[in-house]
Design a protein around this ligand. Sequence first.
Ligand code: AMP
Length: 280
Amino acid sequence: MHVFERITTLHDFLETKGKQKNTIGFVPTMGALHEGHLALMRRAKAENDILVVSIFVNPLQFNNPDDLLRYPRTIENDLKLLETIPCDVVFMPSTDEMYPTPETTVYDFGKLEQVMEGAFRKGHFNGVAIVVRKLFEIVKPNKAYFGEKDFQQLAIIQKMVQDHNIPIEIVSCDIVREADGLAMSSRNVRLNETERAIAPQIFKTLTDAALKKQELSPESMREYAEKQLKKIDLFDVEYVEIADETQLQRLKNWEDTDHARIFVALQLGNVRLIDNLRIF
Ligand code: AMP
């Protein structure tokens, strides 16, 4: 496994590999790796000649400075896990390496960024787009792998790739969950015992709500899920939305889309959790 901290050395390495007509599968991460990340990597490894993983906690996508400060960093363990895939190339740049000069790029994702995470985390998706675009330019992968855990992020990246004619295939991967249903997340390690015990209620509520499609309109289902979550004292619910999977706009009638999804974001103690589920 080759580990690079500098763009130039990574470039040199990948150029040589590229000349041998290898395909590159890329998985961008912020580290604190768990089984959800590893599933993306195994798939990328299986579908390409070379697996490149980046680990970079991107300050530009944190709207809350405390969240950035408290973001878990477990680099030694991450490298051990990456060896097990096995990963071919790890890119772990410093902030100065990624942003030698202040970033001023402003993306416009229209309606897609005006809802849910975009509405509650101002500037978040602009920061995501800036770093992912830069990483794409550095790594030049054939395919890049993203988790549906961050469903809106996936939609934003798809749009960025389309709008800017970036010749990279975006591959979306299923959410990996703990045995009790909690979506895996780097932030889960920050939950205390009580919070961890109650956290699976998020997925349980989403599944219960989704099963009521025959009897409830999208808005009634949304209200039902919100009410269930608000009954739990420790949950500070930010939003519950039911939207179509392409535009991510609030759904009025089930007939308006083939693929609806329920989304939730809430604060549990000082940890912010998100989850979503397709409604069949
Ligand atoms: P992060 O390190 O949180 O930026 O995540 C890196 C990538 O892993 C993103 O594409 C996430 O959507 C994906 N990811 C994180 N958690 C999960 C999960 N539980 N299941 C599937 N993908 C995930």
